[in-house]
Design a protein around this ligand. Structure first.
Ligand SMILES: [Zn+2]
Length: 386
């Protein structure tokens, strides 16, 4: 008994010393030392970082847990994997990846995973497992088999833990949606302390609706789906997720016009407080969190875009055209519900807008609401002139 007590005492004493040392280390390390550099784990506070890597047109997210374990979600196109991802991983000193996630079989997501799986040891692969017959996808599946990497299907309800970080699969669920590969993109919720990230692949509006039907909790950070395409990121989705920060992974000068104007409008109207970061403007975007607060480091700082996208500074190209806006887009405006959206549509059939001030002629819109709407809307060519 005495020996046991002594052991416990010594054990407690040692735990106390270790605890004090950890506390001192955390207190003494100044904020801001964790950036793209990797320092020895013992020198760092317990922080998670999530890097939205600029892979051009495509998506790739690298996550480092506080325990120095790495997760890669998508890898951009094959060329980006070779020319961006591999050099990046080597610069960061990443020797192995605990987990690789493929959200869906399109080449701008899995192409870059091929050179990574070829050269970097990977603990396991989590993927949507949809049927698709492209050369890239078949090569991806064959490589996993040849390397004997454990493969797991991502299905709603699945939970994983990597170090102190929890990953929840929110989507897809069985049976898969019939509306295509994007609809069944893997949606991952990554939780560390009180901070949550939502990664969405190329999820489209039918996919979002399916996730919403199963309920989605608010998240601090949202990866805007499908590179900011207008066929994703509905107002209902944004209102449910309530992100404080959104990241759009679109390539500079991409031929699809991503992110689409309609998506930026919906972000301004339905997530007005979210700070917007874009790979095409900010380069690689790194979010660092201690589980309570998030700080952002960007590779580039384009003028005016590192701050919040204030609605009063929204350029006219991002405003909603009162003569052309759909009912859904109008409903997404602050203070405009289904009734007022219908009244605006009815009104413009008779009187195409030539000035925003005409909104005052619609029952239910007063001067105060007009001033709220003024920075968000514009008057373009009327529908009747088409
Ligand atoms: Zn894509």
């Amino acid at each position: 008994m005495r020996w046991e007590w002594y052991w416990c005492y010594r054990h407690r004493q040692r735990a106390l010393i270790v605890g004090l040392a950890v506390l001192l280390a955390v207190l003494l390390i100044p904020a801001g030392v964790v950036g793209t550099r990797t320092a020895p784990a013992s020198d760092r506070p317990a922080e998670l970082w999530v890097k939205f890597i600029d892979v051009g047109q495509g998506a790739a997210v690298l996550i480092r847990t506080p325990e120095d374990r790495f997760i890669l979600v998508d890898g951009g196109e094959r060329q980006a994997g070779e020319q961006v991802l591999l050099p990046y991983l080597s610069r960061l000193g990443v020797k192995q990846l605990d987990l690789v996630v493929a959200t869906h079989p399109h080449s701008d997501h899995i192409g870059g995973l091929l050179p990574v799986l070829e050269r970097v040891p990977v603990g396991r692969v989590l993927a949507d497992g949809q049927v698709h017959t492209s050369y890239t996808y078949e090569s991806f599946l064959r490589l996993i088999e040849r390397k004997r990497i454990p493969f797991e299907l991502a299905r709603a309800g699945k939970q994983l833990e990597v170090g102190s970080v929890r990953l929840l699969v929110l989507h897809p669920a069985e049976p898969l949606l019939p509306s295509g590969l994007n609809s069944n993109s893997v949606v991952l919720r990554i939780e560390y302390g009180q901070v949550a990230f939502l990664l969405t692949g190329d999820l489209d509006i039918p996919g979002e609706a399916a996730v919403l039907r199963r309920k989605v909790a608010p998240a601090t950070v949202l990866q805007v789906a499908h590179h900011g395409s207008s066929d994703s990121t509905s107002c209902g989705w944004l209102k449910a997720v309530q992100p404080a920060i959104v990241v759009i992974q679109s390539g500079a000068g991409n031929p699809y016009g991503h992110p689409h104007r309609e998506t930026l409008q919906r972000l301004a109207a339905c997530a007005p407080r979210a700070r917007i970061y874009r790979n095409d403007q900010h380069g690689t975007v790194t979010l660092i969190t201690d589980g309570r607060e998030v700080r952002v480091e960007t590779e580039k700082t384009p003028p005016g875009t590192s701050k919040a996208l204030d609605t009063d500074r929204l350029p006219s190209s991002n405003r909603l055209d009162l003569n052309r806006a759909t009912r859904e887009e109008l409903e997404a405006l602050p203070g405009i519900g289904p009734v007022l959206a219908q009244r605006i549509i009815d009104y413009r059939q008779e009187h195409p807008f030539v000035t925003v001030d005409q909104l005052l002629e619609i029952k239910g819109i007063g001067p105060k609401l007009l001033e709220t709407l003024r920075p968000l809307v514009m008057v373009g060519q009327s529908e009747r002139e088409d």
